[in-house]
Write a protein that binds this ligand. Structure first.
Ligand SMILES: Cc1cc2nc3c(=O)[nH]c(=O)nc-3n(C[C@H](O)[C@H](O)[C@H](O)COP(=O)(O)OP(=O)(O)OC[C@H]3O[C@@H](n4cnc5c(N)ncnc54)[C@H](O)[C@@H]3O)c2cc1C
Length: 163
């Protein structure tokens, strides 16, 4: 009698697990996986009539939210450099693309390294301590902290929440 009940419970349990797995599988379109790359900043990029921008030349972890921002700044910087060209000769193209690289490489390198520091910091218990977080973000004055609070409030309110 007892054995029969145990068997029933086991079947019930397996049935629940089956339903759970079926539900996860049917929602699998909600999941995706992709590698995250954090590359050392480059000192140079190939020179010539072709250049690189975005993740192709400064892949970073997303812990500063800067990857796409840097890619957009690259686009503006590249356009500004191209506007400086005096003719379409190969030498001139090399010159303006080098001009772009000279601005883009050090700017994005700072963000690659800051994002790397973010990976370490945001995985420590200090990350949820306000003082430590302010320090890490470089928001040391009351004025800077107040401005950040206002920005966070604005984002939360825009999303329909309250602070
Ligand atoms: C979880 C996560 C959170 C992030 N959060 C932020 C954030 O808050 N703020 C921020 O600024 N950034 C963020 N980023 C980073 C941001 O998504 C990337 O830095 C940005 O998308 C890079 O843009 P990209 O155009 O350089 O490269 P990609 O977006 O990778 O575009 C490259 C494109 O090229 C295509 N491609 C590749 N090979 C070929 C080929 N051989 N032929 C043709 N096409 C090809 C790819 O399919 C892709 O569409 C985040 C990234 C992740 C993973």
């Amino acid at each position: 009698m007892r054995k029969g009940r145990e068997q029933e419970e086991q079947i019930e349990e397996e049935g629940e697990k089956y339903e759970e797995q079926k539900s996860i599988r049917s929602h699998s379109y909600l999941f995706s996986g992709a590698p995250l790359y954090d590359r050392d900043p480059l000192k140079s990029i190939p020179s010539g009539r072709v250049t690189l921008l975005g993740d192709a030349c400064h892949a970073m972890s997303p812990f500063k939210g800067q990857g796409a921002n840097q890619a957009m700044m690259d686009a503006v910087s590249l356009m500004r450099s191209l506007k400086l060209r005096k003719n379409d000769s190969e030498n001139e193209m090399r010159r303006v693309l080098q001009h772009f690289a000279n601005e883009m490489l050090p700017r994005s390198a700072q963000k690659v390294l800051a994002s790397r520091a973010g990976v370490a910091f945001y995985h420590t218990p200090q990350a949820i301590q306000k003082e430590a977080l302010w320090n890490f973000m470089g928001l040391t004055s009351e004025e800077q902290q107040q401005r950040m609070r206002e920005r966070v409030d604005a984002v939360v309110k825009a999303k329909g929440g309250s602070v």
